[in-house]
Design a protein around this ligand. Sequence first.
Ligand SMILES: [Zn+2]
Length: 178
Amino acid sequence: MASTPDHPDAAHEALDTLQRLWTPWRMSYIRGEGKDLGGCPFCVLPRRGDDAAALILHRGRSVYAILNAYPYNPGHLMVVPYRHVAGLEELTEQEVREMAGLVQRSVRALRSASGPHAFNIGMNIGTLAGAGIAEHLHQHVVPRWSGDTNFMPVVGQTRVLPELLEETYARLAPAFSN
Ligand SMILES: [Zn+2]
């Protein structure tokens, strides 16, 4: 006979908090996005022709940087290949190189635009690992500030951010040109 935990909700909440603290990119921050885009959001957004509206910060040859619409922190962005591939091993050498370069450039832009104290950088491969859109590979770059896990309230797993996405975009996008 299977036993059930006394407080499954509390246990889940504790695990959720741990995941949020240690690996913010494991949360499905972009869940919900894409439902009304008519396809994979990472494929659709770069084709829209309005990078500011799509929150695309920078375009490279084979990869681009885009603000996360459901950020963990202001400036939480993703580096994404234009190609619709799920696995890291499916990337070409050129894409791997350019992705690493754009992650580095993103860190530089974030440092100059908003002076974070630290960064979480990582990717989830597969839904089990926490990927919101598992079918299209993307790498998270999350700026961190001292105390950001304490003072920012979490409502329904979405943080209440002290800054609008448009304001973040307006400050951060120019920093990619430096
Ligand atoms: Zn895609």
